[in-house]
Design a protein around this ligand. Sequence first.
Ligand code: WT7
Length: 654
Amino acid sequence: MSESAGGNLDHVLTESRLFPPPAEFTDQAVIKSQAQYEALYEAAKNDPEGFWGAEAKEHLHWFEPFTKVLNWNSPNVEWFVGGKTNACYNCVDRHVAAGRGDKAALIWEGEPGDTRTLTFADLQKEVSKFAAGLQSIGVQQGDVVSIYMPMTPELVIAMLGCARIGAVHSVVFAGFSAEAIADRNNDAKAKVVLTANGLYRRGKVLPLKETVDEALAKSPTIEKCVVLQRIEDQETPMVEGRDIWWHDLVADQPEDFPAVPLDSEASLFILYTSGSTGKPKGIRHTTAGYNLWAKRTFEWVFDHRDDDVYWCTADCGWITGHSYLVYGPLAAGATCMMYEGAPNHPAEDRFWDLIEKYKVTILYTAPTAIRAFIKWGDEHVDKHDLSSLRLLGSVGEGINPEAWMWYHEKIGGKRCPIVDTWWQTETGGIMMSPLPGVTATKPGSCTRPLPGVVPVVVDEAGTELDVDQGGMLCIAQPWPGMLRGIWGDEERYVEQYWSKFPDKYLTGDNARRDPDGYYWIMGRIDDVINVSGHRLSTIEVESALVSHPAVAEAAVVGRPDEIKGQGIAAFVTLKSGEPTDELRKELRLHVRKEIGALAQPDEIRFAAAVPKTRSGKIMRRLLRDIAAGKETAGDTSTLEDYAVIAKLRENDES
Ligand code: WT7
């Protein structure tokens, strides 16, 4: 294991380099000075209603004006009460109405190299037809539509089409298994599912429709399935009366189907993410506040200018794709790049090739991708002219200083500021980030809060801690983009985020604030791990393992991984069968089937028993140390059985 592994806190704790924004950048930036930032920050903090009321009036279209900016009755919040708006209108029609219909909204490239550009006017026609099509198959306001699609323009059209009629989308990342889709369909009581007959990944076709068919056998609430023909000449079984081709659905629909005025607090989407228990939770976001938050944070953090070509490499299956490929940049009228496939197909220079070809000016990607690029070698980068780039972003996990430096030097040519953006599915958009024209950056720190974000670092008693003391990161004031609940589970919402400290939002992260007021995220307080920037609950993986007939018990922990940040280590005790490599393989496949490839354990160790405290809790700290190959640190006197540890050490597969 190399020292440069992501998540290595030692580096972050000693990091003191400071990178002020280049003067040329600051000269042209939207926010140019510390004073300007501070004025915004203070205004939003001291007078949230005045500040956000003015922002909402200026930055969203209102069919009917709101009558009250904020109702805050912790943990219940309403923003822009009484107003009617529409997120699809804000992202599309608003620009067409303002005469910007000919500007490119989406520049798309498929993995095989096929390309499409959609202007805002094109997008308006497409979302109109699709929204009307959805309505024609019975989708109504408030109905949940599950989306399991490849990264094609139709995925964006699908999301916006739902928003246009007030249907609530629930995008399920196309790497999840049939089981995972069915769980989400059932939890959300989804009525319709949208999919494609395949997607391209590293030159192969993945048959998405087959996976959806398997899921639909267990999804009783689904009435219709709309299938995009992404792959031509592909045998695609269609179920009579249930399945309908996308092209047939939109064939005779109007190009001017209007956006429906919706309450500010109408649900816009749910997005499932992992919590500290086994069951993923459907994070619920609403229309006006979320859309405003996505737009304004996009404009501030990415210093958006009209001629930018902006590329967010995230998949729409994650919140980053929702907020920074769709709702933020499109509401801002930005031109967005979108790419379907793998970064190393047909070769390891695909990203750099795309940046050169489309003259991308802003790149927003994840540390796990950056670490993979470093591993693949500089020669892939050196082949390309990346001089169009002016700003770089990072998201998903802390960026380790080594990756930061490579990104800065090799991709940014030392001239592009890096914005390390900290946020969560729940926060709707970026919470802490440098402002590229203002903030001197420190590799590994997400620096300072955006206007409207009031972070506090507290101890167990809820007392605010001093500078440089690590503690639980909370947010002390409501912000427009915050989650409104967990779909169908009000209790869990309160319990998860508002029970420890009733007046503060509990992020689940540890952090410290340094003497300059910069924040350093120090990992989770719960059993959530971060694998390639994706959140997974260790308990979720444990449940998947235990559902295999041979497994008696399983304990799962994160371990450092050079590329993924964290990998997954599983300790398994068997009911039956032999602890063989064959069984290891089978268990990995089993987890893949239960959740998806991203949850497959990197390592499985068989053990006689899982070490537990006397009260029966799995000793995760100990297992983490063992998985990381470290000597056992700390007090183990509560260990049920010391022999168990010795046994685990012996059975080290690596
Ligand atoms: C968790 C949220 C942010 C959207 C994508 C992931 C970790 C995220 C950073 C960062 C340090 C980060 C946190 C957070 N995280 N960004 N810049 N620095 N940690 O969203 O799946 O909801 O995960 O990712 O632990 O709580 P998510």
